[in-house]
Design a protein around this ligand. Structure first.
Ligand code: YYY
Ligand code: MG
Length: 150
């Protein structure tokens, strides 16, 4: 099923100049970027985005980290892409993430794991709406779709 996922390169990915490297992985896989923007997240938006973790001991550190420098927020479209992107991202703790995953190849600490990706269709819908207006999401066809999809 065609899905959209919310993906965000966290401040460490931006500051470590890993944006192109990570975007290339998604593009080379055949996924389609339909929205991308660099932005500073307000404390309010950070708390809303990570609302499910508000009682956790790491919540305050997470909010300060995510608001410390710009992020690259994006919407990616593709067949079953929500779970696919989670697999490409790897485990939350980069030390446990498989090699070949984004976190497994480029990160070491849970609190500096460089990327966020939606974990379900419901969270994708919620997170896309938090970060993007409908008018910021681009609908277009890729010329090689018949080579990527059966
Ligand atoms: O979805 P994912 O990012 O893989 O992990 P979550 O369990 O949703 O946690 C969100 C975010 O919080 C995680 O990417 C890093 C941070 N975090 C942390 O700093 N310490 C933990 N023990 C768990 C999560
Ligand atoms: Mg999560």
């Amino acid at each position: 099923m065609m899905e959209r996922s919310f993906v965000m390169l966290k401040p460490d990915a931006v500051l470590r100049r890993l944006m192109g490297t990570v975007l290339t992985r998604f593009e080379e896989r055949g996924l389609k970027l339909v929205a991308v923007k660099m932005m500073n997240i307000s404390e309010e938006l950070a708390k809303e985005h990570y609302g499910e973790h508000k009682e956790k001991p790491f919540f305050n550190d997470l909010v300060s980290y995510i608001t410390s420098a710009p992020v690259l927020a994006m919407v990616i479209e593709g067949d079953d892409c929500i779970s696919l992107i989670r697999k490409m991202v790897g485990a939350t703790n980069p030390k446990e993430a498989d090699l070949g995953t984004i976190r497994g190849d480029y990160a070491l600490d849970t609190g500096r794991n460089i990327i966020h990706a939606s974990d379900s269709p419901a969270s994708a819908k919620r997170e896309i709406a938090l970060f993007f207006n409908d008018s910021e999401i681009n609908e277009y066809a890729l010329p090689d779709e018949s080579l990527i999809y059966e």
